[in-house]
Design a protein around this ligand. Sequence first.
Ligand code: PLP
Length: 398
Amino acid sequence: HLSISDRVYKINPSLTLAIDNRLKQMIAQGIKVYGFGAGEPDFDTPEYIKEAAIEAINIGFTRYTAAQGTMELRKAICDKLERENGIKYNPDEIIVSSGAKHSLTNAFAAILNPGDEVIVPVPYWVSYTEIIKLNGGIPVLVKTNQEQNYKITKEDMEEAITPKTKAILLNTPSNPTGIVYSKKELEDIAELALKHNIYIVSDEIYERITYDGIEHVSIASISEEVRDITILINGMSKTYAMTGWRLGYAASNERVIKAMSSVQSHAVSHPSSITQYAATAALNGPQDDVKNMVKEFEKRRNYMYEKINSIKLLKCKKPQGAFYIYVDISKIINHELDGKIINTSTDLALVLLEKAKVAVIPGAAFGTDNYIRLSFATSMDTIMEGLDTLENFLSKNF
Ligand code: PLP
């Protein structure tokens, strides 16, 4: 009787926990570690956004707001979606939540019945599968590969669709691969989704972080019909270096947004009024800080991409967006490194942490065990020294 629910038991414990724990221990012991694990910008929240939050406190904007979010913020989101993505929404078609992760949770709570299937291209962001399972759904994992640039194709998708398919989950630009879907690729996916009557849940949290002049396309911008079956997910965390503020949002048809709002109203009510006030300022204010951050990320990406590919045992594709490099480690898997057989990406991550003092995320967290993920949301000095250290360690011990 005092057991934990089956639903929660089915959730995988975080694969990165062992590494995280060890990393924290090492840092506490004063050991210098080169950290490539970060999932957040290493920049500070821009000043004008902080000032807005202080203003919110000073003017007493500290009470409950509407569960769906303030009208001012939802209007600012509508303006943004029209200005940057070319999609028209009205404020009734927007809900703000405590981070994009929370928006995703509300979205799946609103649309899934027990046993409904959600197509998830692999590699995927670590929380997708667990959020789907927590809400009674079944993640249907569809493998992609390097040759396909880790993108799900029309054929892959068609094959995965069953009468139980409720949605496909897309993430562009992608965490962990950094790939960006083209308009044509999105049109193919949208066409199938329309044909089979399935929702498109489109996680666009990294949309502003793209390189080489590549422009993110939102799948909801393809047509009115596609907009109607899409639940667009976005947020402030990555674009405005606001991970700790917790503000995400969803845009969709009014029926879906009402359902999400109902779920949210019985859980957390709404995100902090102060954060909402600051997020409104972020969206309506000058966007120079975003551009400067992306410029800096691009420099680091260029360096890392060249350097990693120059290391004999490693291989990677050039990310077009986000701030991660997904590194193929198949030449190391099942081989001996530092006197130990490396069977999994977690084995490698642990050896690198312990022996080279380099922290990376094992690919197993994203459903592909012959990879590791390195983040470039860290200083150029850390990147240069850390990669040299990694290179020396591999060449001496493999
Ligand atoms: N979606 C992806 C692909 C992410 O990488 C992350 C954060 O790492 C999120 C969503 C969650 O962002 P938020 O901080 O807004 O909850």
